[in-house]
Design a protein around this ligand. Structure first.
Ligand code: FMN
Length: 341
């Protein structure tokens, strides 16, 4: 166990890492200042940009902070499948006046970001899409960093614990954004958060955090009563003052235009939950798996959609509780979720 123990939080609420905009230093610091645990999201950033954000957050709080990294993973897509999807998206590129992106593969600068966290020493480092190797986990432990593995099935929980991870974030199917599923070609687990949490708690001895579709004080109390040491909420903080959510994302979450969230691979080539919009309706059936190539392929269209103030061709990630996401400061939202203890 690293020096910091999640069970010591004044408020057992974690402001989920949310890559792609929402997770600003201000959001992370406000989560920690409110007695919970705030996270920086390393995904899609360079290692230098991550370091700048951690330093900025450190300047805003003296409380513990977390950093979330995307674990390296092979792509599940073939060049032929990805090219066929590029052909299917030609009309979108034309419609938004952009060229599709180059469907390249990378590992999200894993080694450089691992070095960055070893250097910056945030109290907590969590992982999604898989796990660090045993030696990497040992290096993090020697640096006094508490490691948290995001898991979506009991098998993943076993693997994480056997590799020496300090704590688990159990992510259920209602979660907004990407599922953390290790195997990039596997369909995401469909077991409900309650059942998955119970199975994991019965099987492991490490602290367990619960995530996915939690939006209210009752939801938080429920997972704590079931045995989780904290609840991790993303969607609940998307409308917070300190969040970096785009104006298009904020407006869509509050619009009556959208009636449901769905799990789609159409934007990134990995399963993720978001508001069901035109792009998903038109392309989900055509989209192969293939992360991060599909992420890069669709990026210019998504950016152009956001720039045009149009929520119909960009990923509007949201968990199943999105209707009840509240506006206000992180401190106010936290106050509505759980008492300061
Ligand atoms: C916009 C958005 C971005 C996300 N980005 C990340 C990320 O970078 N890393 C990660 O581990 N989880 C990410 N997640 C998932 C959260 O960690 C968490 O599992 C999820 O938000 C919980 O479900 P909820 O949104 O219903 O609260 C993201 C979620 C959202 C909504």
């Amino acid at each position: 166990m690293g020096t910091f123990d999640i069970r010591e939080l004044r408020r057992p609420v974690i402001v989920a890492p949310m890559a792609g905009g929402p997770s600003t230093p201000e959001l992370a610091a406000a989560g920690s200042n409110a007695g919970g645990l705030g996270f920086l999201a390393a995904g899609y950033l360079t290692a230098d940009a991550l370091a700048e954000r951690v330093t900025a957050a450190r300047g805003l709080t003296s409380e513990p902070l977390g950093v979330n990294l995307f674990a390296p993973q092979p792509s599940a897509g073939t060049p032929e499948q990805i090219q066929a999807y590029a052909d299917a998206l030609a009309g979108e590129a034309q419609r938004y006046g952009v060229a599709l992106g180059e469907p390249r593969y990378d590992d999200d600068a894993w080694a450089a970001k691992l070095d960055a966290v070893l250097d910056l020493e945030p109290e907590v480092v969590s992982f999604t899409f898989g796990l660090p190797s045993e030696p990497e986990i040992a290096r993090l432990r020697s640096a006094g960093i508490t490691t948290v593995g995001t898991v979506t099935t009991l098998d993943e929980a076993w693997l994480a614990v056997s590799r020496g991870i300090d704590a688990l974030a159990v992510q259920g199917p209602g979660a907004g954004g990407h599922r953390g599923t290790f195997d990039p070609s596997a369909s995401p687990g469909s077991q409900s958060l309650d059942h998955l949490l119970a199975d994991v708690l019965a099987a492991v001895d490490v602290p367990v955090v619960a995530a996915g579709g939690l939006i209210s004080a009752d939801d938080v109390a429920g997972v704590l009563a079931a045995g989780a040491v904290a609840a991790q909420l993303g969607t609940a903080f998307l409308l917070a003052d300190e969040s970096g959510s785009s104006p298009v994302h904020r407006a869509a979450l509050q619009s009556r235009e959208f009636t449901e969230t769905v799990v789609t691979r159409s934007f990134s080539g990995r399963y993720a939950r978001g508001l069901r919009n035109r792009f998903i309706v038109d392309h989900d059936g055509q989209a192969p798996l293939g992360y991060p190539e599909i992420h890069y392929l669709t990026s210019p269209v998504r950016k152009a959609s956001v720039a045009a103030g149009d929520p119909q061709a960009t990923n509007v990630w949201a968990g199943t509780g999105w209707r009840r996401a509240r506006t206000g400061s992180v401190a106010e939202i936290m106050e509505g979720l759980t008492p300061d203890r």
